[in-house]
Ligand binder design. Structure first.
Ligand SMILES: Nc1nc2c(ncn2[C@@H]2O[C@H](COP(=O)(O)OP(=O)(O)OP(=O)(O)O)[C@@H](O)[C@H]2O)c(=O)[nH]1
Ligand SMILES: [Mg+2]
Length: 308
């Protein structure tokens, strides 16, 4: 995919990979969406919403030089309790190894000392920009103190306080990122917005609705598999299987007379139609796949196969 030039002529183009890393729920996906200007990653108030590495591509021009920024949203860093988590952490590590710039996202409420992500950051040769998110929940004095606290423990090229939710200081963050990109030809076609296929976003939108509508272990025990995605002239026909781990969870997911599943379907369809800008016909089935989160073959089948 890389356009390597046959000559040693320097290119007038900046391109590079910017990896967004941090603990669960700190606002990584919110930040990627605001940086790219598209709703690519799903966002919920629950930890461990993101399970994949999702690239969001931004093309533009900065001070006369065209650029291509390839952001990677990644799962929050956790200690693996399931094989699923191991696969999620493989995505994080892969993303760190590819990075030209690392955005280490933290939130105001976190302590800097002995932070769990610090050992991982050693995998990256790239400069680390520490992003201090959710400053809207705090005040200037506390933000200054928190920046000082971080300065003591991490070798960051810069510390940038932001609010991803309120788009505060995002322009400054962008400036810092773009000026740190290497001179390199683009990696992707300029029309491309992401590395993931349409089906992936369909499954993510449904999964977001599951995260929003159910409590306790249901969101974590669920996976969404798109079994059919047919684009017609006037509409897209989508069939989705929702996989759960136990029959009791299937009952909860469906709800009385199918009421809960219907609610998920109505909400998902609305967002799917907005995302694809087309009418959507959505059919959902619920299936039990005992302990799928611990089964390597199932995980591979569901797209968690990035074992490098
Ligand atoms: N107050 C406030 N809330 C924020 C901000 N940024 C994100 N959030 C909220 O934090 C929660 C988590 O946001 P996500 O973007 O899903 O976080 P994440 O880091 O991607 O989480 P995982 O995918 O679970 O690792 C959501 O409820 C967001 O609305 C912010 O700047 N201020
Ligand atoms: Mg996320």
């Amino acid at each position: 995919m890389e356009n390597s030039s046959a000559t040693d002529q320097p290119v007038n183009f900046r391109a590079g990979f910017v990896s967004i890393i941090g603990k669960p729920n700190v606002g990584k996906s919110t930040l990627m969406n605001v940086l790219v200007g598209e709703r690519l990653s799903i966002i919920t108030s629950k930890a461990q919403t993101t399970r994949h590495r999702i690239m969001g591509i931004l093309n533009g021009e900065h001070q006369g030089t065209p650029f291509q920024l390839i952001y990677s949203d990644t799962p929050g860093v956790v200690k693996p309790a399931y094989k699923l988590h191991e696969s999620m952490m493989t995505f994080v590590k892969g993303s760190l190894e590819d990075a030209d710039v690392v955005l280490f996202v933290t939130e105001m409420g976190e302590k800097a000392a002995d932070h769990e992500v610090l050992p991982l950051l050693k995998r990256a040769d790239a400069p680390i920009l520490l992003v201090l998110n959710k400053i809207d929940l705090s005040n200037e004095e506390e933000v200054k103190l928190k920046m000082e606290e971080w300065r003591q423990v991490v070798d960051a090229a810069e510390i940038i306080p932001i609010s991803a939710l309120h788009s505060a200081n995002i322009q400054s963050l962008f400036e810092v990122v773009v000026t740190r990109l290497p001179m390199h030809p683009p990696y992707f076609d300029t029309e491309e917005l992401t590395d993931k296929p349409e089906r992936f976003f369909a499954s993510e939108i449904i999964r977001e609705k599951i995260f929003l509508n159910y409590r306790q272990e249901i969101p974590y025990s669920s996976e969404v598999v798109i079994t059919e995605f047919k684009e017609r002239d006037d509409m897209i026909v989508i069939r989705a299987e929702i996989i759960v781990e136990r029959p009791t969870q299937k009952g909860i997911l469906i709800g009385e007379k199918g009421s809960m599943l219907k609610k998920v379907g109505v909400q998902a369809r609305k967002d799917l139609e907005a995302f694809f800008d087309k009418k959507v016909f959505l059919e959902q089935y619920v299936r039990v796949e005992p302990d799928w989160r611990s089964k390597e073959n199932k995980l591979r089948q569901y797209g968690y196969n990035n074992n490098d």
